[in-house]
Write a protein that binds this ligand. Sequence first.
Ligand code: CTP
Length: 401
Amino acid sequence: MNVALGVGGGIAAYKAAELARLLMEHGHSVQVVMTRAAQEFVRPLTFAALTGRKVITGLFPGENAADTLDSATEHIRVAQESALLVVAPATADLLAKFAHGIADDFLTTMYLAFTGPVVLAPAMNSNMWRHEATQRNLDTLRGRGHIVVEPEEGPLACGMVGPGRLADPARIAEAVNTAIARTRDLEGECVLVTAGPTQEPLDPVRFISNRSSGKMGYAIAAAALARGARVILVSGPVHLTPPAGAELIRVETAAEMRRAVLERLPEATIVVKAAAVADYYLAQVPSQKRKKSAARWSLELDPTPDILAELGQIKGDRLLVGFAAETENLVAEARRKLQAKNCDMLVANRVEEAFGADDNEITLVLRTGEVIELPRASKRELADKIFDYLLQLRLSLHAAR
Ligand code: CTP
């Protein structure tokens, strides 16, 4: 694989040489891009000798000692030719620039032009690491699906002791390999995702719904796209921008969602039902707005069709993933729903954790009986973990046959 290695200006820049060596050992071809600050710490020649390639040190020919730039659009070429971008050390400044799309040198410009997976290995002083600005930028970058290889705790060059030391190059190389393995592992798959709440009308202006934001379902769609799948996203009403490349079908009610899902099911190889479907609806919706009065208003609601249970009956070879939002007995309830609805995986979360937030803590219950607790992480990172376990599960189900 062609890997672009961005080196930022920090004391840990010398450790990037070890990373370059490890990546080469793993069979990758490495194009190093150094920021101006990085060159204050390590000479480009070190990387050129290790990788056997000229090192890019600037956006313009004059900034490149070795005259490596053939054209003014070299950053686009490197972006297109690289399978992955890893940045080590990623300084607070680089994280801020990536998070906000500031492109004022080769590395930051190339980052914007790059569409593949990104691995970031930050290193900095502990206070800079803990600073709200840095942490918010990291949340933004994790939300984009980038892998952040957390720095380690220990004595820092500035004399402080705390988090901020660049992760061991072997850990960074491992993250690179994980990210590469994920890039095309859903190629040929069609993932049908449902997301968001449904709205069940009571009259022309009122409806019943729930607190689902749709963020988990949209993160699942984004992860599937990044891993090479075709994605059909059936979405209830949400305030989110759909990920580029997803085929979006907007629905409002549970009945509309059911219709859309059943219509598109034949194309799907994986179905992820992240939507919080309303369990009840009003069968006879009045055509006129109900006027306010002092009298009590009682409604009789009918149960909506359980789309997931219906899919469980007709799923065939498809992988079926259900969700469960619970306030108590999380794992027991997830197990019960997995069996009752014939799912391959049930993603269980606590109601108080799940709704509206950008991160979550989830438990995966698999058809094999395995229970996996995933620590708090961004919904985008969790989406990738869901697919990692789902693909493993498919292998073990095939092997068991
Ligand atoms: N679901 C569905 N159709 C419905 C209700 C739920 O497809 N009418 C799906 C959801 O998309 C989710 C899963 O069922 O994947 C679990 O939803 P949840 O509300 O937690 O479970 P219920 O089966 O409704 O059980 P309960 O409300 O008793 O917890």
